[in-house]
Design a protein around this ligand. Structure first.
Ligand SMILES: [Zn+2]
Length: 286
């Protein structure tokens, strides 16, 4: 199912991205057994990351974000690539629910109001681009991502992500992002919906789907749409981890084998454990 729609609007002066990340966030909830507050915080970061990944120019490019705040959720890490394979985890997947608390309050409690957001983008030129900014004191993920675009990319983006539950079940997750192109006229930029107005549009993606929402809310011409599919997918593998072990060197691995009898590697993104026995390690060093 195509769940990411991108196009240019307002005389091609503004880039619009509307996306439905419900399935991606559901998979994160399943893999990490997320409580509702943790799901809201990680789900929003994954939704914005889907936009960031869709902005990559080539399939082989990759981007990751780590949000290190003083909230109960601990560090939040999300990454994606040009194939729109998304993944992420949150330091504390079990931040408890507080009766009567809104999801916005839970988000703030998870993320915190002080800390930093760091982006690492690998455009395939060898050395990756690294940018960072301070977290927004509002405790809202969207505001921190906006701050990053303003400060570090010097190219503003207006971001609204939604993670909405119906009882215990995730009903909808998605995001709406507007990014004026560098030559956009000020009068156009001024009129762009942002904050609560953009959040209301992001909510509508849940009812209409990204494509109809782009047509209805922005009079966008569907002939110019780029439609793609994003999904939760971890790209870890035994082969990849063998390479990581090799880079540690034989002496270090022998040390671990002597103490633990085997080498255990845990992938935080998909909660998978990999085990390497002495025989496995010996095969790495022919
Ligand atoms: Zn993995």
């Amino acid at each position: 199912m195509k769940n990411v729609v991108r196009t240019l609007i307002f005389d091609e002066q503004v880039s619009l991205t509307l996306l439905d990340s419900t399935r991606t966030v559901r998979e994160a909830i399943r893999l990490h057994s997320l409580s509702r507050p943790s799901a809201v915080a990680l789900g929003k970061a994954l939704s914005v990351m889907t936009f960031m990944s869709a902005s990559l120019k080539e399939e082989g490019h990759a981007i990751s974000v780590s949000v290190r705040g003083n909230g109960e959720g601990g560090e939040i890490s999300v990454s994606g690539n040009g194939l729109l394979q998304m993944r992420g985890y949150i330091g504390n997947p079990a931040v408890p629910e507080i009766p009567g608390e809104t999801d916005a309050e839970a988000e703030r409690r998870c993320i915190g109001t002080e800390g930093s957001l760091t982006v690492i983008r690998d455009d395939g030129y060898g050395r990756p681009f690294v940018g960072s900014c301070l977290l927004s004191p509002s405790g809202e993920a969207d505001r921190s991502f906006e701050e990053y675009y303003r400060v570090s990319e010097q190219n503003p983006a207006y971001i609204a992500s939604v993670v909405r539950f119906s009882g215990e079940r995730l009903a909808f997750a998605g995001a709406a992002v507007l990014q004026p192109l560098p030559f956009a006229e000020e009068s156009v930029v001024k009129k762009l919906p942002r904050g609560a107005e953009l959040a209301a549009i992001a909510e509508k993606i849940g009812e209409l789907g990204p494509e109809k929402c782009a047509r209805d809310c922005f009079s966008a011409n569907s002939a110019a749409f780029t439609e793609r599919e994003a999904a939760y997918k971890c790209n870890c593998s035994r082969e990849y981890l063998s390479g990581v072990l090799l880079s540690l060197g034989r002496a270090e691995l022998e040390d671990i084998l002597r103490t633990d009898g085997e080498i255990k590697v845990h992938c935080h993104y998909c909660n998978k454990d990999y085990r390497f026995t002495r025989e496995d390690v010996e095969k790495l060093f022919p």
